[in-house]
Every structure is written in structure tokens, then in C-alpha cells.
Design a protein around this ligand. Structure first.
Ligand code: NI
Ligand code: MN
Length: 205
């Protein structure tokens, strides 16, 4: 699997012809690694509806017809915005696809969320299987003990973790679940995008 960091909490996971875009905040993201119009995802998954995660989801989904997955209330808003190809799980739910063994499960995340349109929704983490590898994108969350339950079921190959502080965990807190997971690879995100989340990733490392 190829993993491409596109700035803030946005990642593209690719395996063969399957391209999963997570949290496509590109327009207005000072650290955006691509222009929203360049991306051709087959799937788009959202952790929650805050603007710095929701981003360009509606425009990209309408242009590409990528299959979107978001928690049920957020999925409903995407459909109201005219996105046609949407799955609407809730926490604990798994959505499975034919492509490259792809599935995604929503896990709890301790955070809040309101979309740019004002819809209050529950944040989630995303456990994603693609090509036989498990990526756990924690979304925005504080530290809480149930994060370790993901590992009870799935061996986490890659953990994508926020370290920015102020909104989600800071590096000191993020180290704790990083040690629980025993992941082969840990990728920090959600830092140095704006002044409140300035952090030293080397210190986290
Ligand atoms: Ni958030
Ligand atoms: Mn955020």
C-alpha cells in the first residue's frame, strides 16, 4: 500500500486501482499536498465533520463519484448536498467493498464535531483494511483507555495519530496509545497547520 500525506489529517491510501482519501481538507489548508481538483479517489472516508476534515469532500465526491463513508448523520448531510454514493455506518459498524479487500470500521473518538453547515455529529476513528494491511486513522481525539481495544481485534500495521494538542492529543499523550498499539509504523498528523497546534514531531518520535 502507498500512503500519501496530503497535509493536516488528509491521507491517500492506494493499492492497485483503489485510492482511499481520508479527511480531504485541501482548499484553505496551508499545508495541502495536492489541489483538490487533482485527486481521483475511488473512496472518501471522513472521521468527522469539522471543516479541517470535511474540507472538499462534496466537490471531490461529485466530480469523481467516489464512494463516501461517514457516520450516519454526517452521511445524511452529504446526501443532502447531492453526493449520491454514500454509506452511513455508526460507531462499531463496518463497511466492506469488493476492491482490494477494502473495509472500514468506525471506532470511538473523544472529540466534538459540527459541520460547516451547522450539523452536530459524532466523531470517529477509522480502522481501514486495504490490501491486507490495517491502517488506524484515529481522527481527532483526546487520550482515553478504550483506544487500545482496537488492537484486541486487529493487528495495527500503521497508526495515523494527531499530535497537535489544543484540539486533539498533544505529543505526550499520543505516545501512550502509540505504545499500546505496537504498530509497525506511526505517522503523526494534525500539527503545524495553524498556530495553536505548533508541535515538534521529532520530540514525539
Ligand atoms: Ni475536529
Ligand atoms: Mn481537526
Amino acid at each position: 500500500m502507498d500512503i500519501r500525506f496530503l497535509g493536516h489529517a488528509c491521507f491517500e491510501l492506494s493499492e492497485g486501482d483503489t485510492r482511499v482519501l481520508v479527511d480531504p481538507f485541501l482548499t484553505g489548508n496551508p499545508k495541502a499536498g495536492a489541489d483538490a481538483s487533482e485527486l481521483e479517489p475511488t473512496h472518501i472516508f471522513l472521521t468527522h465533520g469539522h471543516q479541517d476534515h470535511y474540507g472538499d469532500v462534496v466537490d471531490i465526491a461529485k466530480r469523481t463519484n467516489a464512494h463516501c463513508v461517514a457516520i450516519v448523520e454526517l452521511a445524511g448531510e452529504l446526501q443532502e448536498q447531492g453526493v449520491e454514493n454514500v454509506s452511513d455506518p455508526n460507531i462499531g459498524g463496518t463497511v466492506t467493498f469488493e476492491d482490494a479487500g477494502l473495509w472500514v470500521r468506525l471506532t470511538p473518538a473523544w472529540h466534538t464535531s459540527t459541520t460547516p453547515n451547522g450539523l452536530v455529529n459524532t466523531p470517529a476513528g477509522l480502522v481501514i483494511n486495504l490490501g491486507g494491511k490495517i491502517v488506524y486513522h484515529l481522527g481527532d481525539t483526546g487520550l482515553f483507555s478504550d483506544l487500545q481495544l482496537v488492537k484486541a481485534r486487529d493487528d495495527i500495521d500503521v497508526a495515523i495519530m494527531p499530535i497537535g494538542g489544543h484540539f486533539p492529543m498533544d505529543p505526550g499523550d499520543a505516545v501512550v496509545p502509540a505504545q499500546w498499539f505496537g504498530a509497525k509504523q506511526v505517522i503523526p498528523c494534525h500539527y503545524n497547520t495553524s498556530p495553536p497546534i505548533e508541535q515538534d514531531a521529532q520530540q514525539f518520535k
